[in-house]
Design a binder for this molecule. Structure first.
Ligand SMILES: N[C@@H](CCC(=O)N[C@@H](CS)C(=O)NCC(=O)O)C(=O)O
Length: 202
């Protein structure tokens, strides 16, 4: 049985979303990283980085949420995946892009405005991250012009991965409305029934 490690309140949520889209059978191991459970000797055997998510599928032990989702789509989720190498390459591109161009800035904003104890917050860092984000959002908005999905004519793991990054900014009530294509696409992506099912894993 495949195992997915990590609680919903973490980046594991995007892997649980992918698993729900696929209808995958798996065991959910609710590692609570905030309670230090990702740092136990047992868990460090699975992910020596001490972070969630992680996935175990037979002999394969995989960390990095985007790598896990690309693997799940490739192996188990043909509806989320592509036959053509070019489209698969684009799925990888958008997944990496979302981490480097969006997640780093969104997480910095979240940490310094929401998660860190008040005395450790640095509003200058949050403001710098906020100022850097529009450049990436403009790129995504332009890529979605006249399109319902990032790649081809179906919702894919690329849409899921990128939307799973942008949704973090909702915790900040971030306003995506200036990016009209992006806003429609994000709304549609976040309305997927499989995403609602992730709540069942709390
Ligand atoms: N790039 C990694 C980041 C994983 C990550 O930072 N996970 C957080 C939870 S969302 C974590 O485990 N933090 C615990 C820690 O850093 O000690 C991924 O996408 O899987």
């Amino acid at each position: 049985m495949i195992q997915i490690y990590g609680q919903v309140a973490s980046r594991a949520a995007r892997c649980l979303w992918a698993a729900s889209e696929i209808g995958l059978e798996f065991e959910h191991v609710k590692i609570n990283q905030q309670a230090g459970e990702s740092l136990t000797p047992e868990y460090l055997q699975i992910n020596p980085n001490g972070r969630v998510p992680a996935l175990v599928d037979g002999d394969l032990v995989l960390c990095e949420s985007m790598a896990i989702n690309l693997y799940l789509a490739d192996k188990y989720g043909p509806a989320l995946w592509f036959k053509s190498p070019e489209q698969r390459a684009l799925a990888t591109q958008w997944s990496f892009w979302s981490i480097f161009e969006c997640e780093l800035n969104i997480v910095t904003m979240l940490q310094h405005r929401v998660f860190l104890p008040q005395e450790q917050r640095d509003e200058t860092r949050a403001a710098e991250a906020e100022a850097a984000l529009p450049k990436a959002l403009e790129v995504l908005d332009a890529a979605l012009a006249g399109k319902q999905f990032l790649i081809g004519d179906k919702f894919s793991i690329a849409d899921l991965n990128v939307a799973s990054v942008l949704v973090f900014a909702k915790l900040l009530e971030y306003d995506y409305s200036p990016y009209s294509n992006l806003s429609v696409w994000l709304g549609n992506s976040l309305s997927r029934p499989a995403l609602a099912q992730v709540e069942n894993y709390r």
